[in-house]
Design a protein around this ligand. Structure first.
Ligand code: SF4
Length: 263
């Protein structure tokens, strides 16, 4: 059973200079939070903050790593167990059940075509938990907390992709910060792609293009890192001299730094 619409590559632009508009960034979301009945017990975990409030800011694309990996609904519950230094997803009640390889295979397959600017995760899940999934030892004792297997794969593939779970997103400040980070991540990706887009190069002067980008992104950047203001203004000012490619790369690099250093 595939949950929701797949967040795959290749849809419309995030930033369209011709119309001066920004579209909602695509954001992956654990499908159960959107009300899809994909949990191991056939239930959902509908969350109105995610499915309604955040849908105003994002184009949400649901995905369930366990159901989409073919584990079925309903399915036996699994938990994270540390075995010889490695995390495995083992059956809670079914001794011998080990779905680690299914989950890892699915994760690498979906991640190869994932096209999102952020991911909203279901807390505590052995697949989707951001930081608070319980980890057991082989004897069933709790030995700590960590990330789910899908999240490990996400972080490995996209080291500074904004991730947050539904519990944190109930907080207004955290929600606002996440929205900013996602828009900046989408802007970073847009600028990196635009830097090698010949059509853009032939249509806009470097200063025109950089000026328009700056008008859209500066407020969010400076909210997180006020000290980048001068650097950004310099890049815009000197764009015609530096050329479009170098200017876009320079601006993208500032966004990357802000995303990495001002989490
Ligand atoms: S937490 Fe993740 S794996 Fe579990 S049901 Fe929700 S989307 Fe599926």
């Amino acid at each position: 059973m595939m949950s929701g619409s797949s967040p795959a590559k290749g849809e419309g632009p995030f930033f369209d200079l011709s119309s001066g508009s920004i579209s909602k960034p695509r954001v992956g979301v654990s499908a159960c939070l959107m009300g899809e009945p994909v949990r191991y017990d056939g239930a959902d975990k509908y969350n109105a903050t995610v499915a309604e409030r955040l849908a105003e800011s994002f184009d949400l694309r649901p995905l369930c790593p366990e159901a989409d990996a073919g584990l079925g609904v309903p399915r036996p519950a699994v938990r994270l167990v540390r075995v010889e230094g490695r995390l495995r997803a083992l059956g809670v009640d079914e001794g011998g059940l080990d779905v680690t390889v299914d989950l890892e295979r699915f994760s690498s397959k979906i991640i190869a075509r994932l096209d999102v600017a952020g991911f909203i995760l279901k807390s505590r899940s052995p697949s989707c938990g951001k930081i608070d999934t319980t980890i057991h030892d082989m004897d069933g004792r709790v030995i700590g907390q960590g990330s789910g297997l899908f999240v490990h794969a996400l972080r490995h593939a996209f080291p500074f992709l904004p991730l947050e779970d539904e519990r944190v997103l109930e907080n207004e400040g955290a929600r606002e910060g996440f929205v900013d980070r996602v828009y900046l991540y989408a802007a970073w990706r847009h600028l990196v792609a635009a830097a090698s887009d010949r059509a853009i190069m032939g249509t806009w002067s470097p200063h025109e293009y950089l000026h328009a980008c700056h008008a859209h992104h500066a407020r969010r950047l400076m909210k997180r890192a006020p000290d980048v203001g001068e650097r950004l203004a310099r890049i815009v000012e000197q764009a015609d001299r530096a050329g479009l490619k170098a200017s876009l790369q320079g601006y993208a690099e500032v966004i990357r730094e802000v995303l990495v250093e001002h989490v």
